[in-house]
Design a protein around this ligand. Structure first.
Ligand SMILES: C[S@@+](CC[C@H](N)C(=O)[O-])C[C@H]1O[C@@H](n2cnc3c(N)ncnc32)[C@H](O)[C@@H]1O
Length: 298
């Protein structure tokens, strides 16, 4: 996979924290309602990480580290609730420019000083080790790096799953990638993502995970919480269940974990064109007011 080379444009968000816009992916890195808020609310609170951090150890997998905000929010929460917790964190990121720009432009200045130090070390060397923390940032395509994580036998208590949206980055929302990610999730662990796209939820199920809705800060639609067993998950509403019966629920596939985004999109379009499932337009007509955007995209 080619490294992105397009501009990364700074953009303020509503809570005062900064995000970036990626020219390559045509998308912002965070909800424009608040980047720090999203990290804390959508990833740390929904996974109940502060409670999990009361245990002696905590394993976190941050898929798409980006500016490091989700990692920062996690480390901040652990320091608040249980500074003696031993944290093992693995993060995956394709583009080394992103965490470095976050450091150089001081976008991380709102996190506590010890957390900023970790983010600086991770951006510079890919490793931050200190008493209570062993953090590794693995550079490269997450589709390959996840196989390394799996080979380590890593079993995450919490997975932050935060790629660009499925239409813009389909390669990280496929059944095959979720299978590898699910293999790195502890049987009692939780995966959180901002997406409620039917294709994403269907792929999570096909990867063997149970799913439920969760609050996604600054977004109009709920996110998704996924676990090995369904205990404790909120039920999907009728609207969400019916969404999963439409063509929007045909998942992205990438059998070799090496296809281009265009090939993955085309494969899904072909499958949708030949499908007997209900057209998504029928579901939209039943559930969404006219002119409402389709949540399938996010
Ligand atoms: C929405 S942003 C993540 C934001 C991040 N969680 C944060 O808190 O700043 C998506 C990230 O995925 C990265 N990315 C895109 N394709 C990737 C791939 N194939 N493997 C790993 N990372 C990828 C992008 O470089 C970008 O940093």
């Amino acid at each position: 996979m080619l490294l992105p080379t397009g501009a990364l444009v700074l953009e303020p968000t509503a809570d005062g924290s900064m995000t970036l816009f990626s020219e390559d992916f045509g998308e912002w890195f965070h909800s424009r309602q608040g980047a720090y808020t999203e990290a804390k609310a959508t990833y740390v609170e929904t996974t109940d990480l502060p409670t999990l951090a009361l245990a002696p150890t905590l394993r976190v997998l941050d898929v798409c580290y980006g500016l490091g905000y989700n990692t920062a929010a996690a480390l901040t929460a652990v320091a608040q609730v249980n500074p003696t917790c031993q944290v093992r964190l693995i993060a995956l990121e394709l583009d080394p420019r992103v965490p470095r720009q976050a450091v150089e432009a001081d976008l991380i200045g709102g996190w506590p000083a010890p957390v900023q130090d970790c983010l600086r070390e991770l951006a510079a060397t890919g490793q931050a080790t200190r008493p209570g923390l062993n953090a590794t940032l693995l550079w490269g395509d997450a589709r390959q790096r996840i196989q390394q994580v799996e080979a380590l036998g890593f079993q995450a208590d919490v997975i932050f799953f935060d790629p660009f949206s499925p239409p813009h980055c389909p390669e990280l929302w496929t059944v095959e990638f979720f299978q590898r990610v699910a293999a790195c999730l502890h049987p009692q662990g939780r995966l959180a993502t901002y997406s409620c796209a039917a294709a994403v939820r269907a792929a999570l199920r096909l990867a063997g995970l149970a799913i439920g809705p969760m609050n996604a800060a600054g977004r109009r639609w709920p996110g998704t919480l996924a676990q090995v067993s369904p205990g404790g998950l909120a039920p999907l509403s009728l609207q969400e269940q019916e969404h999963l019966l439409t063509r929007a629920a045909i998942p992205y596939r990438d059998p070799t974990l090496k296809d281009t985004a265009a090939a993955i999109r085309q494969r899904r379009q072909r499958e949708q064109a030949g499908s007997d499932l209900v057209p998504t337009s029928r579901w939209r007509k039943r559930w969404l007011p006219p002119h409402e955007k389709n949540p399938a995209a996010r």
